[in-house]
Design a protein around this ligand. Structure first.
Ligand code: AMP
Length: 193
């Protein structure tokens, strides 16, 4: 594997959109979104989906052990591909960050990029996007959990010299260029044909 880069940021900061654009533009960049994996599992009504569905609808977090297994399995499947993985939505708790460090112990964790957008703006964006879990109460709960559980990870990555912060406001194309520059400083990027 070409390494793992964690993409951090509040819900609604544009992580999913930007990671999908990066994976499309650059060869060997793969987008792994735990939220998408769980939504796919729920749509397919798999055991994981049945377990996660109600938790997601309430804006709560799926238990760490479940998420760590899901991510470990996906990373293992990509191990031999040479791909650079943009990990979107994981880690979300200190326990998940520790687990990720274990999964990438051989130097695979290249860094973390924090896509910075303030609470007022992400709330507005999520209300406009109107996904199933984007109710006012769901948004408030997810942002509360972000501040409590996920925001401390910014320091976790910074302490290890792994953090870069990117301004997530402005036109999507501008944000894309900033992110591509940050990620390009961590791994070689090659344009897709
Ligand atoms: P997202 O699309 O990343 O906002 O994720 C949607 C929902 O999936 C979250 O509100 C959580 O319920 C669940 N989820 C996604 N990733 C994780 C994770 N790493 N840990 C716990 N729950 C997660």
């Amino acid at each position: 594997m070409g390494g793992v880069i964690a993409v951090l940021g509040r819900q609604g900061a544009g992580k999913g959109t930007q990671c999908a654009m990066l994976a499309e533009r650059f060869d060997t960049v793969v987008h792994v979104s735990t939220g998408d994996m769980l939504r796919d599992a729920a749509a397919l009504d798999t055991p994981l989906g049945r377990r996660a569905g109600a938790i997601m609808a309430a804006g709560e977090l799926v238990p760490d052990d479940v998420m760590c297994d899901v991510v470990a399995e996906r990373l293992a499947a990509l191990e031999d591909s040479g791909a650079t993985v943009l990990l979107d939505g994981f880690p979300r708790t200190p326990a998940q960050a520790e687990a990720l460090a274990g999964m990438t112990a051989s130097g695979g964790l290249r860094g973390a990029v924090l896509l910075e957008v303030c609470v007022a703006e992400v709330s507005e964006r999520m209300l406009a996007r109107g996904r199933g879990d984007d109710t006012a109460a769901g948004i408030a709960r997810r942002l509360e959990l972000y501040e409590a559980q996920t925001a401390p990870l910014v320091e976790w990555f910074a302490d290890r010299g792994l953090l870069q912060t990117v301004d997530g406001t402005g036109e999507p194309a501008e944000v894309f260029d900033r992110l591509a520059a940050a990620i390009g400083g961590l791994v070689p990027l090659r344009l897709s044909r």
